[in-house]
Design a protein. Structure first.
Ligand code: ZN
Length: 190
């Protein structure tokens, strides 16, 4: 198993729709294993294939439990079958593609999802609370949707500004040359 590079917001692959998985072979299992390693090393609870630059409808998730018997798995070709649109939950959400950023996101409290496991067998599951939040977040990734898309306007603007700063700090982007009277006006003091 090996760790993969996690793509940071700004990478176009995060905005693309991932393709249905058709081959349930050793390569898929290897990718899922590598994604587990990558997710654990980054201390995340979920990771979608887009986030490691692979446009396949696959995500991994894992929530540590106090008894050490962690809950998680690999989910292929998920479809949202039902969601409690009237019954919502509020909570903080983050994303490995937005390091260090957490914002409140409202999500349905309960969902039902159909999916395939790594062997290609069809499964169905009902999820509630934090688990529903994780799965909805990861299913969004497979459609090129990111958690910042669910934020209130002010939070979204701040998040995008902070991730731009992060990319520059990490050397992923060149700082934009300041233009007189222009871009600096919108920047927050740090
Ligand atoms: Zn994410």
């Amino acid at each position: 198993m090996s760790r993969l590079e996690i793509r940071i917001f700004g990478d176009p692959v995060l905005r693309q729709r991932a393709h249905e998985v058709e081959d349930f072979d050793g390569r898929l299992a290897k990718l899922a294993g590598d994604m587990f390693d990558t997710m654990r090393a980054a201390e995340g609870v979920g990771l979608a294939a887009n986030q490691v630059g692979v446009l396949k409808r696959l995500f991994t998730w894992e929530v540590p439990q106090e008894d050490g018997d962690d809950l998680g798995g690999a989910v292929v070709n998920p479809t949202l079958l039902d969601a409690s649109e009237e019954d919502l939950q509020d909570g903080e959400e983050g994303c490995l593609s937005f390091p260090g950023l957490f914002y409140p996101v409202q999500r349905p409290l309960r969902i039902e999802v159909g999916y395939q496991d790594l062997g290609g067998d069809h499964q169905k599951v009902q999820l509630e609370g934090y688990f529903a939040r994780i799965w909805l977040h990861e299913m969004d990734h497979l459609n090129g949707i990111l958690f910042v898309d669910h934020l209130a306007k002010h939070d979204k603007q701040e998040a995008l500004r902070r991730i731009r700063d992060y990319r520059i700090e990490q050397g992923l982007d060149d700082p934009t040359p300041p233009k007189p009277g222009g871009l600096l006006l919108g920047r927050r003091p740090r």
